[in-house]
Design a protein around this ligand. Sequence first.
Ligand code: UD1
Length: 411
Amino acid sequence: MALLAGPDQGPIRIMSVFGTRPEAVKMAPVVSALRQAGPDISSLVVVTAQHREMLDQVLRHFAIRSDYDLDIMRPRQTLTQITVRALRGLEAVLERQRPHLVLVHGDTSTTFAASLAAFFHRVPVGHVEAGLRTGERYAPFPEEMNRRLTAVLAQLNFAPTPRAAANLAREGVDPAVVFVTGNTAIDALYQTYSPAYRFVTPGLEGLGAGGRRLVLAEAHRRENWGRRMEDICRALRRLVDAFPEVDLLFSVHRNPQVDSVVRRELGGHPRVSLLAPLPYPEWANLVGRAHFVVSDSGGVQEEAPSLGVPVLLLRDVTERPEAIEAGTVRIVGTDASRVFEACAGLLRDPDQHRAMATAVNPYGDGRAAERIVAAIRYAFGLGPRPPDFAPPPPGAARPTKTEGFRGRGQN
Ligand code: UD1
């Protein structure tokens, strides 16, 4: 008995909805796998464009053309405004297209709004990257709640890791509708990272080479706006002043709440580059060359461990504990002296750095999108249930960056 009802005739219509840069990166492998799935599946892409420039960049890189673009981004819009605009825009598209399944990703306002819009139209929802939890209602804000609300609305759950699947089971989600697939972030990374990559952006080639140390930074989360963002920037300024071998590259989010503080606190330093968010291939390859990354982002906690690059996490809790346990990611919060000391430790003490620079792949093996499409086929009664992704045992960690990376297409 199939989990979901398909069409009487013709292909299953699957509508992928996303709106921000990280969703686009992680849904790109799924969209591409759906496109290649054969004549019984037809794929439609709807972007809310909750982000504009940052989204378009990713769509270009992965050669994705949207079928509908709701263009909802407005400067400094509130969470309510994003949600309302997305709901309204999606209503017309859902009425017109009547898909058999809506796919959403992760934890953004677009994710939640699209799941709710689909529910209003009695269209089943498939949730990619389901089951991550911090257990803290306001951290990350509003992402933790977006994830939980989406889990209630979803009928198929693609959990990246066994732990994420266990979180869903604890909340009462039937294991029959949970598939452990690995994270599509690793698929995207494997398609994009190469030790032989040549940078396009002027000034990036050669960073971190010849005895210099590249420290890569980014911070944008709502709970870090204001005082916490200032503290982060002050710690980083102190760091570049204290370590002449360090080049700091800060990828500055386009949100004015972030941009204005970072430019005020870090602008004008000869060894600090403040760049607008780089195209995804430039970013992914820079992560691979960094001495370490200082970040509050979600995705980098998955990317950097695959490349054996330490991450100091500018948050108090994480929904991605797997790499913390493996030792590649460490939570440092945002207190200026704690951030400075954690960074300084990795620069002063090679043993400390080596202990963290361990390549681990608890998040995926580059085949998550393939498993998601197989699970969708199964749900519609078109194929067998795919086997779950099983992460390598902890002892499989590798000590160096380049050895640690074994991407498909990296032969
Ligand atoms: C959103 C997601 C967050 C994700 C992040 C990745 C929500 C609530 N938050 O946060 O989970 O980690 O994306 O970046 O969904 N802006 C531009 N151009 C762009 C993108 C953003 O100018 O291409 C500016 C706009 O002023 C926009 C503001 O940034 O209003 C904030 O964007 P928004 O989508 O509200 O939140 P993010 O902080 O980007």
